[in-house]
Write a protein that binds this ligand. Sequence first.
Ligand code: C2E
Ligand code: MG
Ligand code: MG
Ligand code: MG
Length: 282
Amino acid sequence: LEAKRDGKGRARRLLDGDAVLRRHADIRRRLGAALDRGGLELHFQPKLHLGTQEVVSVEALVRWTDAELGVVSPGEFIPVAEQSGQIAALGRWVLTAACAQARRWQDEGVAWSIAINVSPVQLASPRLASDVLDAISQHGLAPWRLQVEVTETATMVNVAAATEQLSALRSAGVQVHLDDFGTGYSSLSMLRRLPLSALKIDQGLVARIDTDPASALLLAGVIGAAHAMGITVVAEGVERHEQMEHLRTLGCDYVQGYLIARPASARDLHPQPTSITDLSRR
Ligand code: C2E
Ligand code: MG
Ligand code: MG
Ligand code: MG
């Protein structure tokens, strides 16, 4: 580290820092315009049930193509929006857009639920549960039509407050999924504390299952523990057949990833209407 701290290295680092700041300022400015005037879109990625081979739920992933900046990935603009405070408005936009699409599918007899990603900033708000439940009732949705995905790190900021919000959602019939499990400080004790319906195994862990025996063992343990607590298991980032077959052997319930389907706009998805008898079994 010391060796790199010469005049040149420092100058380059300042320049890099400068470019990053400018990029963030551009994102804030253009995202503000997109939130006011449009430019955001939701894409949806199916989750496949390994037993029935059926899709019953899709994850909403926000997409943004800006006239000046081009395509900006959520991995880049979500952290900027969290820093700037724009995540509140973005979260409201996502909630409304997801409810509107869920309502269209409900009207068409398509039995798909939509999972939205909720940022740590939203989860920290005491209004999260009431905002979500208000949106559901304003759109005339059955509560199972909407699900929320939260990350473990977000729940750990204030476990008691997060648990209160998530419990309110759960008891109203909205499923709560723990996202990115297997990154950060994942602990099995969180599975017991939080009112979870499902946990999503992070793609980093999924990527290693068929090459690293230790990861496969870890996953087997996590799936066993989740099932013992009545929690469903979804694996994300499934890209290869071997991974899917391995997950099936381990007892994983759902798979999601490029192998099954890439995220796509609602008009590019072709959901089949489900019969009323199927719906009532849900
Ligand atoms: P996430 O919720 O864990 O979403 C999974 C990410 O993995 C998505 O990236 C998805 O497109 C990508 N993915 C899906 N299948 C595969 C695969 O087989 N291989 C690989 N390599 N990747 C796959 P995306 O859409 O770029 O989103 C990145 C992250 O940004 C999300 O991670 C989520 O944390 C956040 N995000 C996306 N949309 C929203 C949103 O509407 N609100 C909030 N708060 N965050 C969002
Ligand atoms: Mg997610
Ligand atoms: Mg994830
Ligand atoms: Mg992720």
